[in-house]
Design a protein around this ligand. Structure first.
Ligand code: 26Q
Length: 756
């Protein structure tokens, strides 16, 4: 490899040390982009390809990640350090792609990374949202949503060559294609993330400083934003336009590529597999059938082909997140697809007359997207064992009866390249010293367990954690102009804001701690509670929860008695980049969803491998973390999923009963106390207070006492560093199971069966 200097000399006629960070970014970006693009795609020697369809790909910044996968990260970093430069500072010139929301989108990115590392021929298929998900700002302790201009400046997108016609009822749109090269760790081939777009998209239609725009102007708005507000009918129709645009392009691409490789389409299953990330791309089923029928395949054969090609991952049991569409909307936007869906519905009615709960269209003329995917896909999987069990026994039990062999569990994973090697280089190097470097290939960290009781190892981990806290402190100073105490314990809850994830529970603990400190019970070590997450703009209660946290944060900051011991920070615009600073610095990983509701969680895995201990409910993948580390190395609390499901079935949870308890009532009432009302917005605080007492659909108060008890135990255990860091070592050494390389190997063994 030529040294960086050769590039800076050519580009700027300067030595590395004389270049600005901006200039070095420019040089590195061009160098990496070119090296990546010069690699052959996996298509070159594999006939069959997996097409991973997803409405979201939360890929994060790419410079450092791609340097790693190209195998030139260390030498580049060393050369930069030798010239007084810092790679992380240089990478701050990159905009983070804004192509996802949360877990499902980040999972898609981790899976692409691992598929490429494992040499599987696989492309991602999605949309190129110009302003992505919104950018979050806080004004007056409230979330404000702004367009995220992530496409400005240098771009990893390459212009693709293909264009397709996508026929809607009233007009046809011609797509354009952009592609991002996806690299695999130490592989000399690449895959691609292929993002469809529209030339006619027009940012001028966005109202100034907002994410508001004319939802009916489809030719100009189609790929402007991810998940535009679906609280209005026009917003929902736009989602149908987006989804169909994505899948029609993807399906046409598949047919084009298969034909090029010699397919006669009757054998399409020898050329293509389609994996759909939740149901958002499920229109690909009728769309692929439509295209096959145009090519002369008959209806029943097209069903057979599609049913051998499509596999589906479910990410939720929340009924409101299971997609349904009124047939009238489909008639209005994509009538041909609506017609095929009706035919598929009739086909299922005849085939399964005794199982009306599995039919595609219900009595209210709503199409159930999951039902489409379950009948006309060959596989469905949950994303953690508990979640898959709930799907089989409860949510999808009628389907499980018909198709027991279609069901799989594939527990989620995370790529260790980004979430350990890239974001926590000190820990990664320390692991190299202790257990050798094989873990970088295998993710097997089990040999680290041997150091569980070694004082030097524990001390070193503590020193690494401290260093990461200092880095976080610097980062927060830079992006938000706030100071945190690097000597404090870092308690971290980072994820989308949603009632079921129960940020409210953590906020009620903060209130408890505030009152304790006021009463003179000072914590041994100061505590910093860090929150991060966006709330859907139309989700009022989630906005209220953000407001509660920000108002609490202000009240505590301005209280001289409490502020030296307790600080609450809500990170603005939480994204992959801020996660990269928060996760290595965390001591406590908050995974406190209502049991049964969090399908898996993946933040729990990222925090575990970075040496945080989990404070969690028996939900999602927390259960598997607990199985691996043993109950003495995790802090579990709260009701179990079976109890929760029973409470729902019997309608037996009444928040008022808990509110009346003397330990609970003062905490809940603090939300509308004089001090909170002074700093906050009365309407928001009162609404949330009322909600918690009279509804509390996700049972926050049910687990509050146990949560406080276990969290207090955890804080007191933290004071015994020896034992705390022993637990940390156990957690790190057991985390290999959560590598997405294992996840992808599971998918391939159980579902895709691609031999490569
Ligand atoms: C559905 C209908 C209408 C509008 C929007 C949606 C919608 C959009 C996004 C529904 C769901 C999502 C995103 C879901 C998601 O991110 N789920 C998370 O997936 C992770 C990866 O499997 C899991 O770890 C998390 O537990 C799960 O919450």
């Amino acid at each position: 490899m030529t040294s960086l200097e050769a590039y800076t000399k050519t580009r700027f006629r300067k030595k590395v040390s004389d270049c600005s960070d901006r200039e070095i970014y420019d040089v590195l970006f061009n160098m990496v982009k070119e090296k990546s693009h010069n690699l052959p795609t996996n298509d070159h020697d594999q006939q069959k390809k997996l097409y991973y369809f997803s409405a979201e790909f939360l890929i994060g910044k790419l410079l450092s990640n791609n340097l790693l996968n190209l195998g030139i990260h260390k030498q580049t970093r060393d050369e930069l350090i030798a010239n007084g430069k810092d790679l992380m500072a240089i990478e701050s010139y990159e905009n983070e792609p804004s192509l996802g929301n949360g877990g499902l989108g980040r999972l898609a990115a981790c899976l692409l990374d691992s598929m490429t590392k494992l040499g599987i021929n696989a492309d991602g298929i999605g949309l190129n949202y110009h302003f992505g998900l919104f950018r979050q700002k806080f004004i007056n302790n409230q979330q404000v949503s702004l367009p995220d201009q992530w496409l400005e400046g240098q771009s990893w997108l390459n212009a693709g060559e293909l264009r397709f016609d996508v026929p809607f009822k009233d007009f046809t749109l011609k797509s354009t294609l952009y592609e991002i090269d996806i690299l695999g760790y130490q592989q000399n081939t690449r895959n691609r993330l292929r993002l469809f777009d529209l030339d006619s998209v027009e940012s001028d239609i966005i109202k100034e400083n907002s994410i508001d725009f004319d939802k009916t102007d489809i030719k100009r708005n189609l790929t402007l934003f991810l998940y535009p507000d679906d609280s209005t009918h026009e917003g929902r129709l736009l989602r149908v336009y987006q989804q169909y645009f994505m899948v029609s392009n993807g399906a046409q691409l598949i047919i084009h590529e298969a034909k090029q490789k010699g397919s006669n389409l009757h054998d399409l299953m020898d050329y293509a597999l389609i994996h759909i990330n939740d149901t958002h791309p499920a229109f690909v089923i009728p769309e692929l059938m439509r295209l096959l029928m145009i090519e002369g395949v008959d209806f029943s054969e097209s069903i057979n082909i599609v049913t051998q090609i499509v596999a589906f991952t479910n990410h939720t049991i929340l009924t409101e997140a299971l997609e349904t569409w009124p047939m009238s909307d489909l008639d209005q936007v994509i009538p041909e697809i609506a017609q095929i869906i009706r035919q598929l519905h009739n086909y299922i009615c005849q085939k399964y007359p005794a199982s009306p709960s599995t039919w595609i269209i219900d009595d209210y003329d709503q199409v159930h997207m999951a039902h489409l995917a379950l009948h006309f896909g060959y596989s469905v999987n949950g994303v953690a064992q508990l979640h898959t069990d709930i799907l089989k026994n409860t949510t999808l039990s009628d389907f499980y009866e018909i198709y027991p062999n279609k069901f799989h569990n594939i527990t989620n994973g995370i790529t260790f390249r980004r979430w350990l090697m890239d974001i926590n280089q000190s820990l990664a190097s320390f692991l190299d010293v202790k257990i050798g470097t094989d873990w970088k290939d295998t993710a097997d960290l089990s040999n680290f367990l041997a150091y569980k009781d070694e004082a030097r190892t524990r001390n070193k981990l503590r020193a690494i954690k401290f260093l990461n806290k200092v880095k976080l402190k610097r980062y927060l100073m830079e992006i938000m102009d706030i100071t945190i105490d690097e000597h404090s314990i870092m308690d971290v809850q980072i994820k989308r804001i949603h009632e079921y994830k129960r940020q409210q529970l953590n906020a009620l603990w903060v209130i408890h701690k505030y009152l304790e400190i006021k009463a003179g019970n000072i914590p041994a070590t100061p505590i910093t509670v860090l929150f991060g997450g966006k709330a859907a703009p139309a989700y009022t209660i989630a906005q209220d929860i953000i407001h509660l946290i920000l108002t609490l944060s202000q009240l505590i900051r301005l209280d001289d008695e409490v502020s030296p011991h307790l600080k609450v920070v809500m990170i603005e615009n939480y994204n992959v980049t801020s996660a990269s600073y928060l996760i290595p610095a965390a001591d406590i990983s908050e995974q406190i969803s209502l049991a049964s509701k969090e399908a898996s969680g993946t933040g729990n895995m990222k925090l575990m491998v970075n040496g945080a201990l989990t404070l969690g409910t028996s939900d999602g993948a927390n259960v598997e973390i607990a199985d691996l580390v043993g109950s003495e190395n995790i802090y579990l609390f709260g009701k179990h999923s079976q109890d929760v499901i029973e409470l729902y079935n019997k309608n037996a949870y009444h928040a008022e009963d808990y509110y009346q308890k003397e330990n609970i009532r003062p905490l809940v009432d603090f939300i509308v106390s004089h001090g909170m009302m002074y700093f906050g917005n009365a309407e928001r605080l009162e609404r949330l207070h009322h909600e918690l007492i009279h509804k509390d659909y996700f049972m926050t108060l049910l687990d509050l006492e146990d949560y406080i008890k276990v969290k207090e135990q955890m804080l007191s255990d933290y004071e015994d560093f020896e034992s705390w860091y022993s637990k940390t070592i156990v957690n790190i050494s057991k985390s290999g199971f959560f590598s997405s390389d294992r996840t992808v190997a599971d998918y391939n063994r159980e579902i895709w069966k691609l031999n490569h």
